[in-house]
Design a protein around this ligand. Sequence first.
Ligand code: FAD
Length: 397
Amino acid sequence: MAIDYTAFRQEVRDWLTANLPDELRAAGRTATSVFIDKEHTLAWQRILNTRGWVAPHWPAEYGGPGWNETQRHIFAGECERAGAPHLSPMGLRMVAPCIMQFGTPEQKAHYLPRLLAGEDYWCQGYSEPGSGSDLASLALRAERDGDHYVLNGSKIWTTHAHFANRMFCLVRTNREGRPQAGITFLLLDMATPGITVRPIITLAGDHEFNQVFFDNARVPVSGRLGEEDQGWSVAKYLLEFERASSYAASLFRALEDVRAAAAAASDGNGGRLLDDPNFVARLNSIKAQVLAIEATEARTMATIAKGGNPGPASSMLKVQGTEAQQAIQELGMDVSGSVAAADPPGVRRPGGNVQPVGGEFETLAAARYLNGRAASIYGGSNEIQRNILARLTLGLN
Ligand SMILES: Cc1cc2nc3c(=O)[nH]c(=O)nc-3n(C[C@H](O)[C@H](O)[C@H](O)COP(=O)(O)OP(=O)(O)OC[C@H]3O[C@@H](n4cnc5c(N)ncnc54)[C@H](O)[C@@H]3O)c2cc1C
């Protein structure tokens, strides 16, 4: 039976109007990072779960809503339009596809329902102080001791490790041969004795990521995803999903916010900034880029929906999506003028009582701009993505 997409869009819009509380709408609208604080993101996840709409990309057999690509696209657009907070990607979008692909029946039965219900909150233990772009050089040691691995070393830049109760983690189980061949992928409990989380404060003054230390932390072998020393395949599979996250819907919303702020801002000559031809040219050029991203996303998601994986298109999306995001944030700084310089983090803290200097858009512009600089670094820097594209898409060596 043909799907009535107009009716579907109205159904989603009506449901969001009735079920997205003002407090969560405000948390989504004023977010300065893709990562919303745990309290608000999980509150929204629990509400979505009552409707079965937490994981639009999951197959129906694991609790996805069974939508096609057009429905997912409509849903994402309506969530952005309503100002819904983003859900944390580390569990639902990153480790979940790996558990579906590589997990034992017991691991699937244990982790996937807990992921949907928001009972587990995941962080990603890939990078180490000496291993970022060259991830395969990672050194966190995992030595087998009966039914456990004993972990020693550290992970760094671990986003939301201070909130997470679970980590998916790459460890070194073998130091012989190619570095890729001695890596194992573990799912572990952050409450394990011997794990310490130490904050790292960002340029914007936020506590978003951490360094995590492992001092004889004992992780059960049953937490291993895939075979020992075979974790590199799982790690790479996950990165394709990390990089192929959707950008277009939130980029369109960010562009609209800039346009609205420019309509209210002066051009310094008695007119509106939105009537300045140079400004409009920049705005439209980014819009053209976002339209191209939207088309690439639709193509990629259709491949995933047919059971494929994103492949090198995910690197293309990562580069284009993050660079468009940064260009929009730079425009946001220009629109905000000197007001953007007054950026006390207390204004942004939910419930904070520090008074903003300008309007909401101007108050958030600097924090968004600073946070956005990281987007072309995390998930594999854009230089690394370009190397991947050169090799896999252009055939260069
Ligand atoms: C905000 C933020 C959140 C993060 N969250 C997480 C997380 O939750 N979990 C996690 O595991 N990691 C996380 N990371 C880490 C991230 O994945 C790494 O920062 C990234 O992979 C780059 O590694 P690096 O920082 O060690 O830089 P390096 O690898 O040292 O790179 C330094 C510079 O050299 C360039 N470069 C390196 N090698 C090449 C090459 N072969 N060709 C061309 N240029 C090259 C890079 O592009 C970069 O510009 C996060 C990072 C940030 C900024």
